[in-house]
Structures are given as C-alpha cells and as structure tokens.
Design a protein around this ligand. Sequence first.
Ligand code: HEM
Length: 397
Amino acid sequence: MTDFFDIKDREFQENPHPTYKRLITECPVHHSDKYGFFSVSRYQDVKEILRNTALWSSKFGPGTAYADPNAPNALVNVDPPEHDFQLRLVNKAFTKQTIAALEPDIAGFVTKLVDDLKPRGRGDLMRDFAMHIPLFVIARMLGVNPDDGLMFRGWVEELTLGVFGDADPAVIQRVQGEFGAYFINEVQKRQTVLDAGGTLEDDLITRLLTAEVDGKRLEPARVLGFISFLLIAGSGTTTMLVCNTIHHLLENPDQMAKVLANPDLIPAAAEESMRFTAPVHGLFRTNNEDVTLHGVHIPKDSKVMCMFAAANLDESQFSEPDRFNVERDPSELRKQLGFGWGTHICTGAPLARMEARIALHEILTRLPNLRADGPAVQTAPSVLYGFDHLPVAWDVE
Ligand code: HEM
C-alpha cells in the first residue's frame, strides 16, 4: 500500500490540509519508511515533545539530516543548559528596543518597493516584493551592506535544502565556503577594532560578539553558526508568511473585504495565516531513549518531526480549523504553533510579525482591487510551505 503521507510529494505540498487531518485522526504517530523518520501531529503530543527537552533533544538539529552534535552549534541545535546560556546572550542582542528601532527603516524600504510596483499594475508579489524584505532587514540588523541581500538569497536557498538533507554536498560546501568567507571577514573586522580598544557601530554581529553572561561570551564560531541559522530561519519563512496571507485573502473575498474595511485586522489576518498554513510544516527532535506513543515504538535516536502545521488544525484546540477566519478568537490564535513553542520558540517572531504587518499594510492599502493574475506556484516540497510565484494585478489610478 502506498503511504498516504510523503512530505516530498508535490500533491501534498499543493494541498496539505487533507493529509494533516488524516495524520491527526488516523495516524498520530506516522513512520515514513521512505525517509526513515517519524511524524507527530496532534496538538498536545507536539507540545509535550517540545516541552520535554531532556527526552526530546535538539542536538542532532531541527532538520531530517543528523547534524554533528559535537560541532560548535548555536541555539537551535543545542539543549539546555547550553541553550539557556546562549539564549540569554542572543536576547541581549535581540531586544524589543533593537527591533522597534528597525521599524522606520523597514517601512521606508517597503514603501519604496510599492512605489516602484504601483504604476506597473501587475507583478509577482513573491519575487518583486516579499522576497526582498527580510533579506534587507537581516542585512540591516547584522550591519552588513543591504545590497548584498540578493547574494544571501542564493545561499539561503541551498542551505535550506541542506536542512532537509536534499542538497548536493559539493554545492553546500561551496556555499558554506562563500558564506563563511563573507561573515568571517565581517566578524574579524569588528574583532580587530575591539582588540584595539576602538568603538564599533551597534549592530547585531557586534552585539553577539560582545554580549556577556556570567562573564562568558559566544565564541566567534558559534556567532557564525548563529548568523547562518538566522538567514535560513528568518528570510524564506517571513516571505512565505506575507505571500500566504495575501493568497488566503484573495481566495476568501469575504475575509479580504473585512480586512480592507478595517486594516486594524491585518495583524490578526497574518496570525490566522500562521495558524492556517504555517510556513514551516514541522521541525525535528531526536529521542534520547526508546519511546512508545499511541502504541508506536520509536527507537532511541530517531528523527521525529513535530508537525506544527498539522497541530494548528487540531479540532481539540481550534474551532472550525479548516476555515480561514481573520476574526478568530484571540485566545485560539495565541495557541497556534507556527513559531514553535517552549524552549526553542522563535526568537524572531516579533520581528517577523512586524515585517508582515508593514508589508501587508502597504500592499492592501496602496494597491486597489488587488486580484490574482494567474496561478500561484508553490515552492518545491520541503519543510517549508509557501509560494515561489504569486502573480497579482491591481488597478492603476
Ligand atoms: C514567519 C516567519 C518565521 C517562522 C514561521 C519561524 C519559525 C520558527 C520555528 C518553528 C522555530 C522553532 C525551531 C525549533 O523548535 O526547533 C524558530 C526558531 C527560531 N527562529 Fe524563527 N521563524 C520565523 C522568523 C524568524 C526571524 C525573522 C528570525 C530572526 C531574524 C528568526 C529566528 C529564529 C531563531 C534564532 C530561532 C531559534 C530559537 C531557539 O532555538 O531558541 N525566525 N522559528
């Protein structure tokens, strides 16, 4: 019998909801014979795994491929207590004030993108708009040249495939070499100034290098690992959130009408989009001991996918989970697991929400009669859910 859940199947990627539902109801612990990993899809089970970091470790990384637990890993690949130490350091660099201070620059950048798009009357919301925003933001945060954003995009696409174990090893090696050379140079430039007692611009790389907890700093190798993860974690995902939200609004004209009539609903629309189609289907943990869950034996050191996107459709938590509803009760929206949960919950969630709010507001309030202009094209199947192309048109006044 063919397996009803194949994460690399194009049909699943085009329309994952029926499979998520079947996983929840019929097969809460699924084993993929093809890829060798387990998936857990019910809301409470996913949360329990994310809660119990002593049993469900991140030391082999959040992807399907087993990462080297002895490498100088950063944050998402480490368990407490090392994780807590690193998070305290990272939080010093990722403060509310740092994020709020970015808002005017992000708004300026997004306004300029829409200024350029508006007279054209049509465009690809993904390629011409959404894709550029998080790359600009991360470059700006790191304190590197924002014009290098597109070069980062190429690296990110390859490194993302690496998370899923799908990349050509030679390409990954080349990309890691280019990425490493670029950021080692940025780290060294700052280290030289610090060693000479000089003062540096207050950017994320400087903060990561200089922040101290209990007299200890993050080693430069881990700073590099963290930057690489930030690029992967913060760019494609945020782009997807923006495009997925627009897509759902276009598919649901009654919901679009509500948001256009009341743009204050934009943050709720983005959060509902996170719930309805989380940009990350799920990420992995590895069990330190044998586990039996719902009668399924999961041998020690298995890769187990926590299906955030499926858990967000669990009827035990969400009313009418298959309906995209921008007026969903906030108490339900707060439960959505699209940014993960617990120890490793997304550090960048407030930033991603801010970017989405600004981007959606510009698109929805400045491009009148926004409509689909041809079929939206899904990304190749991976751990991510979103579009490669989202063609839209609008009226030019
Ligand atoms: C819509 C956009 C985003 C989505 C859907 C998303 C999703 C996630 C998820 C599911 C996790 C949990 C990982 C795990 O449990 O193993 C995570 C962690 C993380 N994300 Fe995001 N993310 C987004 C945007 C960002 C942005 C913009 C940044 C920063 C620029 C960022 C930085 C991080 C970091 C540093 C972690 C690791 C936290 C830890 O291990 O303690 N993310 N993200």
